[in-house]
Design a protein around this ligand. Structure first.
Ligand SMILES: [Zn+2]
Length: 545
């Protein structure tokens, strides 16, 4: 005799047997009892929370010969046919594998035929995977649904279902089960199926199931098959310890170990996010933690060592990794990079760390020794190009003398004149983005053999100084060599200008605007998606909800 999986064997057959989805059950039972069922439902929620099971119960009760109070009898021919999966009234389609327009057309053609007095229920699983054409075909049918046809569209990702389709459905949301409810269910199933299992194994099973009834029963089945042994498939504690210790090597070893164990990187990252969410909740809202008590205590201790800001950082970074994995050829690399980024302080790419870098650089620039303007080489009487000569101990002694007020046009002055003359085409024209915007703030003039960049106010001066290294590269090209560049605000007295000599500042010390552009966008949409990804099973509530 083939062993029936626990999940199938204990699959709810009536609305009253569904666990943890009371709001859905109430809505559907009332609708059926009053013959006011809708033509199209959208069931959304995490996997294994009973979406297709509920759709089948709905199909059963709509065609049941002896339905009572919105529940099927589960004994009549129609009910048994649905239960055995050979009813002609229930058509299930997995949109993930049949997502083409032809598949949908076929369904629609069949739907329009109908059978008098009976309800046909079409269950489209993973409906967000439908192609554009198929979605359009489905939408047409939903606009004018044949009578006696009920569409149940199931999805784990309602945000990806076209709004036009969503708006024509009744949207019912399924939730992960509360841990106590699931634990009671697991214990009941275990005893009913004659599985002898320790408390410890039950808790491991619940942890693996993560609130999904299907995953939990699968884990229980596996535990039963291995004599109560439960493998913690993703060793989340090992990952968290490595994060706490800032140990990249240990993280990568944990990834390797887990992947070798047959765990998909996408699953690993989801396991980690789920765990970090629990850790976050132990700090912010312990009453919402859905973990057995001893485990909750352990996780709270971890969370305390990691600290809430880092927990949030981990959730954000891994949430982005989940997104990135969708388009990445190798999801393991995405996971590894995300994890290493979390323990490599220099690689942390948050806006805060960028701001911190900007601040640090500003301080460094302020503390940089101020150098006298344009030193003159006594042997030639000419201003020395570039400011570094005076600082170079190996260079022949050069006395920084004030440049004669009415010096004859020096090379420097001539090249600076070239810069001023070609400011628009030669300098601004060569710059892009933020650098260009910054250059536009400055008006170049020449004074005492120096290029003076005049700006209107202090904030502008700050911006120009920030990008001075990039500007100077272009300026030197136009000037045909280095020159002293001074940034001044108009209000400043021309005397004793704060000379800022540009040196070869390493490119990576400057914040690159492209880097900032590539940061995660913070539009509401993206945030919602990230949140939804970071908190599997969560739903975004409108503020007025
Ligand atoms: Zn029946």
């Amino acid at each position: 005799m083939a062993v029936q999986s626990l999940y199938r064997r204990y699959r709810p057959q009536r609305f009253s047997e569904l666990k943890g989805q009371e709001h859905v059950v109430r809505a559907l039972k009332n609708a059926v009892a009053n013959s006011r069922e809708g033509h199209a439902y959208l069931f959304s929620g995490p996997r294994g929370t009973g979406k297709t099971t509920t759709a089948r119960i709905l199909a059963k009760v709509l065609n049941c010969e002896n339905s009572k109070d919105g529940e099927p009898c589960c004994e009549c021919g129609s009910c048994l046919a649905v239960q055995e999966g050979n009813s002609f009234d229930v058509i299930e389609l997995d949109a993930a594998s049949n997502n083409g327009v032809e598949d949908i057309r076929e369904i629609i053609a069949a739907a329009s035929l109908g059978s008098p007095g009976r309800h046909k229920v079409y269950i489209l699983d993973e409906v967000h995977m439908l192609s554009k054409g198929a979605s359009a075909a489905l939408l047409k049918t939903l606009e004018e649904p044949p009578s006696h046809v009920v569409f149940v569209l199931a999805t784990t990702d309602p945000e990806k279902v076209a709004e036009t389709i969503r708006s024509r459905t009744q949207h019912l949301q399924f939730h992960l089960l509360p841990v106590d409810e699931l634990e009671a269910h697991v214990r009941w199933v275990a005893s009913d199926a004659g599985i002898d299992i320790s408390d410890e194994s039950i808790h491991a099973v619940l942890r693996q199931g993560g609130g999904s009834a299907r995953d939990t029963l699968s884990a229980l089945e596996l535990a039963a098959a291995t004599g109560g042994m439960v493998d913690e498939v993703t060793p989340v504690d090992e990952f968290v310890d490595a994060l706490i210790e800032y140990d990249a090597g240990r993280l990568l070893a944990a990834v390797a170990h887990t992947v070798n164990f047959g765990r998909d990187p996408r699953t690993i990252v989801n396991d980690l996010v789920r765990h970090m969410r629990d850790a976050f909740l132990t700090q912010m809202a312990p009453e919402l933690v859905q973990l057995p008590e001893d485990r909750a205590t352990e996780v709270a201790a971890q969370a305390g060592r990691l600290g809430t800001p880092r927990i949030v950082k981990v959730i954000e970074t891994l949430g982005l990794a989940i997104n990135d994995m969708r388009n990445a050829p190798d999801s393991r690399v995405v996971l590894e990079v995300a994890l290493v980024r979390l323990v490599h302080r220099e690689l942390q790419m948050g806006i805060e760390s960028l701001l911190a870098r900007v601040e640090r650089l500003e301080k460094e620039l302020e503390n940089r020794p101020q150098i006298a303007p344009a030193p003159v080489n006594p042997s030639t009487g000419r201003a020395v190009l570039g400011g570094r000569v005076a600082q170079d101990p190996s260079a022949p002694a050069v006395r920084p003398e004030p440049t004669p007020a009415a010096a004859p046009a020096s090379t420097s002055a001539m090249s600076i004149a070239a810069v001023i003359e070609n400011w628009n085409d030669g300098v601004i024209g060569e710059l892009k983005g933020m650098r260009r915007a910054v250059a536009l703030m400055a008006k170049p003039t020449e004074r005492d053999g120096q290029l003076v960049l005049m700006v209107d106010n202090e904030p502008s001066a700050k911006r120009v100084n920030e990008y001075l290294s990039d500007l100077s590269t272009v300026i030197y090209k136009v000037a045909g060599g280095k020159c002293v560049i001074v940034v001044e605000t108009r209000s400043e007295e021309p005397r004793a200008p704060k000379a800022k000599v540009v040196e070869e500042v390493a490119e990576e010390e400057f914040v690159d605007i492209e880097e900032i552009k590539q940061l995660p966008t913070v539009s509401n949409k993206a945030t919602e998606t990230n949140l939804a990804d970071a908190f599997p099973g969560s739903e975004i509530l409108a503020e007025d909800a």
